[in-house]
Design a protein around this ligand. Structure first.
Ligand SMILES: Cc1cc2nc3c(=O)[nH]c(=O)nc-3n(C[C@H](O)[C@H](O)[C@H](O)COP(=O)(O)OP(=O)(O)OC[C@H]3O[C@@H](n4cnc5c(N)ncnc54)[C@H](O)[C@@H]3O)c2cc1C
Length: 442
């Protein structure tokens, strides 16, 4: 369903023999890296196994927010929002970005505590966040039910259109000289004297000394074949588009058990907030220790399920030779089935909170696999055990908003220039304190 609505762009057919940088994966992490590297005048080739933005980057809610982020990644998130603001004008594109503000409304003591704590962080960092009481919520959202006693509003957060934003950025990258090849899975890399020397794709080899792994939910599998242990698990999120009679406002709103965002096509993207399914798969056991602290603090938001995913992942090869077809060629686009139960619940919860959604008509439903690291912060930087290889992945459900910041940071690290953001919170090595040895066998 989602592939029908993604904006498709013209791409390239011929694989260049060489490149300054090869980017592996055409989601927002890979496309923004390509865009900024091409803008800086480098010869960049992006290889995407399926279609540009076919996975998470077109399936997300479209929220571009700073609110609620881990303080360690806030500078990157704030910087990323600044990039979003100027992106359309800078590159002559239309990502659908609007600075609408975002509001969370709270009902339970737990929700109130979460956002009161976050309001303190916002105060310390000088963010434009305002605490709302019940009267202010009623004034801001005529028609809201009277269930909410506290809210947090950040005026300069925003939203964009996932089905269009990343393809538009890819178009701009091509105009700046980047080569973008769809249907081109990268199988692995070759090294020479210990340094990256070639990227091996299903369509041939590209000579290069620098490459960026931006494979979203596939980055762990890709790096595992190189002996690099990138701790990453997947969470299944269901989303829907609805239409209503009337107008529920321009601003994305989240509650404890619902979320909605106005779309530029007139509908609303809705979801059951704080509800993702974590299938139990072989990696759940391999990475149990690393993810246990997250599971203990976030068990309410994660529903563990033993289902067919276990056998599917168990049957997937974890090691291959570069002249063999890989799982990246078998599954061109990760397109999980949405949960109809979650859709029903999200509509019910939404209509209870905002009665204007009562009788909303469901027009599209889809799901995406969110890739998560143990501390829910992406890894952006060099991979020490493979000189020349970099990673920008593990965006843990935040990457649509923080993707352009991540793209800028990795493009600067690859070029060896002083980065605009402190890269320390994003180093792969930080994960070793979680009982993992990144770089050891996956
Ligand atoms: C349901 C849902 C809701 C979300 N809501 C939000 C939100 O509101 N705001 C927000 O900020 N974030 C949100 N996110 C998270 C956000 O979408 C992701 O963090 C972000 O899109 C990740 O981008 P990426 O480029 O790392 O990965 P992806 O977009 O998944 O792209 C990775 C690409 O790499 C390709 N690839 C992988 N391996 C290879 C290979 N070997 N060779 C070639 N290509 C390869 C894949 O085919 C894929 O296209 C949401 C995610 C989901 C699923």
């Amino acid at each position: 369903m989602i592939l029908d609505v993604i904006e498709r762009i013209e791409t390239d057919e011929t694989l260049p023999e060489s490149a300054d940088v090869v980017v592996i994966g055409g989601g927002i992490a890979g496309v923004t890296a390509t865009l900024f590297l091409a803008e800086a005048g480098l010869k960049v080739v992006l290889c995407e196994k399926g279609v540009i933005a076919g996975e998470q980057s077109s399936r997300n809610w479209g929220w571009v927010r700073q609110m609620g982020r881990d303080p360690a990644e806030l500078p990157l998130t704030i910087g990323s929002l600044n990039i979003w603001r100027g992106l359309d004008e800078r590159f002559g594109i239309d990502t659908g970005f609007r600075e609408t503000g975002i509001t969370y409304v709270c009902r339970t003591p737990r929700e109130i505590k979460e956002f009161s704590d976050w309001a303190e962080i916002a105060k310390e960092t000088g963010m434009a966040s305002t605490v709302l009481d019940a009267n202010m919520i009623a004034q801001s959202f005529p028609g809201v039910s009277n269930r909410f006693s506290m809210g947090l509003h950040t005026a300069n957060d925003g939203r964009a259109e996932p089905w269009r934003a990343v393809p538009e950025m890819a178009k701009a990258a091509r105009r700046l000289g980047a080569t973008i090849i769809e249907g081109c899975a990268v199988r692995g890399i070759e090294t020479s004297a210990g340094h990256l020397s070639e990227v091996v794709t299903e369509k041939g080899v590209i000579k290069t000394e620098r490459a960026i792994v931006a494979g979203g939910a596939w980055s762990r599998l890709f790096l595992g074949n190189l002996g690099v242990n990138f701790p990453q698990l997947k969470l299944h999120g269901t989303v829907a588009r609805v239409e209503i009679d009337g107008n529920a406002g321009d601003m994305p709103v989240g509650g404890g058990d619902f979320a909605f965002r106005k779309r530029l096509d007139g509908g609303y993207t809705i979801a059951l907030r704080n509800s993702n399914i974590a299938s139990i798969v072989p990696d759940s056991f391999r990475l149990f220790g690393a993810f246990l602290p997250t599971l203990l603090t976030s068990w309410r938001e994660i529903q563990l399920r033993l289902n067919g995913d276990f056998m599917k992942e168990a049957a997937m090869p974890r090691h291959w030779k570069l002249d063999q077809a890989t799982p990246f060629e078998t599954i061109r686009t990760l397109d999980p089935m949405p949960s109809e139960t979650y859709n029903r619940k999200s509509l019910k919860n939404l209509a209870r909170a905002f009665p204007i959604f009562d009788g909303a008509r469901l027009t599209h439903t889809w799901a995406g696999m969110i890739d998560a690291t143990p501390d829910a912060i992406p890894v952006i930087g060099p991979i020490a055990s493979v000189p020349g290889l970099f990673i920008s992945s593990g965006y843990s459900g935040h990457g649509f908003g923080s993707g352009p910041g991540g793209g800028q940071l990795i493009s600067e690290l690859v070029r060896g220039i002083t980065p605009s953001f402190d890269p320390t919170p994003f180093r792969m090595e930080r994960l070793s304190t979680r009982g993992l040895k990144p770089g050891s066998a996956a």
